[in-house]
Design a protein around this ligand. Structure first.
Ligand SMILES: Nc1ncnc2c1ncn2[C@@H]1O[C@H](COP(=O)(O)OP(=O)(O)O)[C@@H](O)[C@H]1O
Ligand SMILES: O=C(O)C1=C[C@@H](OP(=O)(O)O)[C@@H](O)[C@H](O)C1
Ligand SMILES: [Mg+2]
Length: 172
């Protein structure tokens, strides 16, 4: 069964949109970060603090592969960095995967993340100015991987419902 995989930068709405898309389609959704937390029995922050980012990326890859192996139809919300490590971007091209990049501008990401940074260890300790610069550079570095997705949806100035409808259009 096909997996619907949502990817994109932190704050683009992967977790929120995956959950709402699941409600409308009745396809179960899985958030990769939540699966990692469950497996490690630690929060994302604790994994970074206690084991470091390299350990997190290893776990992220293993669990992503595991989720793709199941025969269930599902919507999977990735973490922002998932496509950028361990050749995970190659998995986005599989025939049994519909990968969708939720593309957001720096302004959209900044405006969302400024209120939602504490659970994101990569930006948790940055001030506003540092964060804007970091997002701009990091998004530029990561865009190569995000652009490997089979589909792209722009999320700027769209409500959750509008983005969900755009995705429904792609999947139809
Ligand atoms: N139109 C929108 N689409 C998606 N998320 C939105 C929207 N407007 C505001 N938000 C907020 O932006 C944040 C997106 O975070 P999240 O879904 O965790 O993104 P990601 O999983 O990509 O990091 C949430 O707090 C969500 O409520
Ligand atoms: O961009 C990243 O490298 C990360 C994004 C996070 O997921 P969200 O994109 O859902 O915030 C989470 O996986 C971790 O904090 C690392
Ligand atoms: Mg998320």
């Amino acid at each position: 069964m096909k997996k619907i995989v949502l990817l994109g930068y932190m704050g683009c709405g992967k977790s929120t949109i995956a959950q709402n898309l699941s409600k409308i389609t009745n396809i179960p959704f899985l958030d990769l970060d939540k699966c990692i937390e469950k497996k490690a029995n630690l929060s994302i922050n604790e994994i970074f603090e206690q084991h470091g980012e390299i350990y997190f990326r290893k776990l992220e890859h293993e669990i992503f592969v595991e989720l793709l192996q199941s025969s269930e139809k599902s919507i999977i919300g990735l973490g922002g960095g998932t496509p950028c490590y361990a050749n995970n971007h190659e998995l986005l091209k599989r025939e049994d995967v519909s990968s969708i990049y939720l593309k957001a501008s720096i302004d959209t990401l900044y405006n969302r993340l400024i209120h939602n940074k504490s659970k994101r260890p990569l930006i948790a300790n940055m001030n506003e100015e540092e964060m804007r610069e970091f997002i701009a550079k990091h998004l530029f570095d990561r865009s190569f991987y995000y652009n490997q997705a089979q589909h792209k949806v722009s999320v700027d100035n769209k409500s959750v419902a509008e983005t969900v409808q755009d995705i429904m259009g792609i999947l139809a």
